[in-house]
Design a binder for this molecule. Structure first.
Ligand code: SAH
Length: 279
């Protein structure tokens, strides 16, 4: 049968509950890759935003260093460059967030509010504990919006609510059918989606004018026949590039940018980033 038929949410939650609530646990023992990962993500988003602003040729913000916004995310280094160039996005979601490695090291630097969706409570408890401990007069805590303890198969983003829905190293826990359904809900959750079906969507632009992307950043199957690979340990599948593209299409999404993450150890699966928008 298909590899995704073996996915068990009970088994994966059992696995993740047994893992330590730290970067090592999140990345399965390669803590040094986190910095490279966050830098790659930051560059990828910067590219999307540059392109977006260039295509609209609205000089909303001159790229100077006069930006005074003092984002004090726990480790904002990865996003400093970008924060200096673009205004903050209104709202981002960190999906399958774990302890919020991406929230703290990247998303808090680029968005005013970051919602966190993660089924394992001990991970989100650690995240909240850490951001509350940052000594910035509560600014970090204020950045975290909703903390939602759900699997993504059970989460519906608020309609039109998000500029950025970040999904990394967690979509293998959803079956193909669950993933397509989830991505369809994410599509509706993008800022601008609420205007698209209306008559007067921003001068005919519909949602096309808003900064809004779903990003998927996942391991790629290395099976020589391109098959998905089931992992017993955490009850997940590692999908092929072709499989992902097929599922995106089914969900009514198109790939507007993509990139392979560089600089990871050779023994790891290749990792790919896709930026998705409504077809
Ligand atoms: N995205 C984070 C965490 C990766 S670890 C990062 O890159 O650092 C994988 C995470 O997926 C774990 O926190 C695990 O609890 C979560 N997870 C497991 N099943 C899930 C599901 N059905 N939906 C969403 N997240 C899930």
């Amino acid at each position: 049968s298909a590899p995704d038929a073996s996915i068990s949410h009970t088994a994966s939650l059992q696995y993740w509950n047994s893992v330590s609530a730290d970067t090592n646990g999140m990345l399965g023992g390669y803590p040094q890759t986190s910095r490279i990962d966050l830098q790659g993500s930051s560059n990828f988003l910067a590219k999307l935003r540059r392109r977006h602003h260039a295509s609209r040729s609205t000089p909303t913000h001159t790229p100077t260093n006069t930006n005074t916004n003092t984002n004090t995310a726990a480790s904002p280094a990865a996003s400093t460059k970008q924060a200096a160039v673009f205004p903050l996005l209104d709202r981002a979601a960190d999906c399958g967030a774990g302890i919020g490695r991406i929230t703290k090291g990247f998303l808090m630097g680029v968005a005013r509010t970051v919602d966190v969706i993660e089924p394992v409570e001990k991970f989100t408890a650690e995240l909240v504990r850490e951001v509350e401990g940052v000594n910035d007069g509560g600014a970090s805590r204020a950045k975290i919006g909703e903390v939602i303890n759900l699997g993504l198969q059970d989460w519906t983003p608020e309609r039109g609510g998000y500029n950025l829905i970040w999904n990394q190293w967690c979509l293998g826990h959803l079956t193909d059918v669950q993933l397509v359904g989830y991505l369809e809900r994410c599509r509706e959750g993008l800022a601008g989606a609420e205007a698209e079906e209306g008559e007067d969507g921003e001068g005919g632009g519909g949602g096309g004018g808003r900064e809004a992307w779903i990003v998927v950043k996942e391991n790629m199957s290395t099976d020589i026949w391109g098959k998905d690979i089931f992992d017993e340990e955490d009850s997940s599948v590692t999908r092929s590039d072709a499989k992902f593209r097929g599922l995106f299409k089914e969900a009514g999404l198109k790939v507007v940018a993509e990139e392979v993450q560089r600089g990871f150890p050779k023994e790891l699966y290749p990792v790919r980033m896709y930026a998705l928008r409504p077809e």
